[in-house]
Design a protein around this ligand. Structure first.
Ligand code: ZN
Ligand code: ZN
Length: 326
């Protein structure tokens, strides 16, 4: 099969490799490029050592399925790249995204075929509406959207809320689209003028950094990995507000935060990463019901032969979500 092999920092090679073997196989229809994939490409990653295939936001067609899986050949599906166990201490505490015993898909999806564990349950069949074929590209957004829904759970949203998103990369923009759809006032801070224009065209207030009165917002989502922003928003958010550190910082990064805001103004600083299957299922439902609303985030589709170009486009900040099609 064709595979976009990550062979080292800033190196992606189209290779012909053996088809993977297994009894539960999905032929990839499309796979979104995630921030983690881009970070791995640009700087390396302790978990994804080259040579390896990246990509985990994928849809496809079942080409082989175990008898008791409930799937048949040709079923269009979206696959969750991992799922919580449901029985460990974290799962019992309701912190399923922090499960210590996840089952997962071991191979990446910037290729033609992905093998799933035989007993894998985190696979959802895509609905066909009016006998029309499901939109295989739009559903690549389920995984990133599930991560966003996990972030939204950490916020304190009520009918008086006013949300500020810092950074309108793909994830920040997904947050904004969620709040837009749900009638929660939302604004975005974004330095890149092209991105500001696009997000503004969706009907969302956009500001360049420094232009916004942060004290008017009670929930702030930091969707860019800049440590210095954390204290800036902790000190300037409304009293009783919540700052969500959504973008991961370097593991060894230390934050120094204003104690006055935490203690006297009851500002909460929190964070999250990943998703649990509850969020994955909700993201699936929401996208099913509003395909066009969310699909506008996908600005580019590249054939796998041009996969490296997709990464370069993202590096230049010229795209929102990019999907690679084998
Ligand atoms: Zn992702
Ligand atoms: Zn667990």
């Amino acid at each position: 099969m064709k595979a976009l092999m990550y062979t080292g920092i800033e190196q992606l090679e189209l290779q012909q490799i053996a088809d993977p073997e297994g009894d539960f196989v999905v032929k990839v229809a499309g796979c979104g490029v995630c921030g983690t994939d881009l970070k791995t490409y640009l700087k390396g990653h302790h978990y994804f050592k080259p040579p390896t295939i990246l990509g985990h936001e994928f849809t496809g067609y079942v080409t082989r399925a175990p008898k008791d899986s409930g799937f048949k050949i040709g079923d269009p599906v979206v696959v969750a790249p991992y799922a919580e166990c449901g029985t460990c201490n974290m799962c019992k505490r309701g912190l399923k995204a922090l499960c210590k015993n996840k089952s997962f898909v071991s191979g990446g999806a910037f290729c033609e075929y992905v093998v799933l564990p035989s007993d894998y349950k985190a696979v959802l069949k895509l609905p066909s509406i009016n006998n029309e074929h499901p939109d295989m590209t739009a559903y690549t957004l389920v995984e990133p959207f599930a991560c966003v829904l996990n972030g939204i759970k950490q916020l304190k949203i009520n009918e008086y809320s006013n949300v500020l998103i810092i950074g309108s990369g793909p994830m920040g923009a997904l947050f904004a689209l969620y709040f837009l759809q749900n009638g929660v006032p939302v604004s975005v801070v974004e330095p890149n003028e092209n991105r500001r224009e696009t997000v503004a065209s969706w009907g969302i207030d956009c500001y360049a950094p420094g232009e916004v009165d942060v004290g008017a917002f009670d929930n702030v989502v930091i969707a860019v990995n800049k440590a210095e922003l954390v204290n800036q928003y902790v000190t300037s958010i409304a009293d009783g507000g919540t700052v969500l550190l959504f973008s991961g910082l370097k593991k060894e990064e230390m934050l120094s935060t204003d104690s006055y805001s935490i203690h006297y103004r009851q500002v909460t600083l929190t964070g999250c990463s990943g998703y649990a299957m509850d969020e994955f299922n909700t993201a699936f439902e929401m996208i099913s019901q509003n395909v066009q609303h969310y699909k506008r985030l996908i600005t580019h589709i590249f054939p796998i032969e041009q996969g490296a170009n997709a990464f370069e486009l993202l590096r230049m900040g010229k795209a929102f979500k990019v999907v690679i099609v084998p």
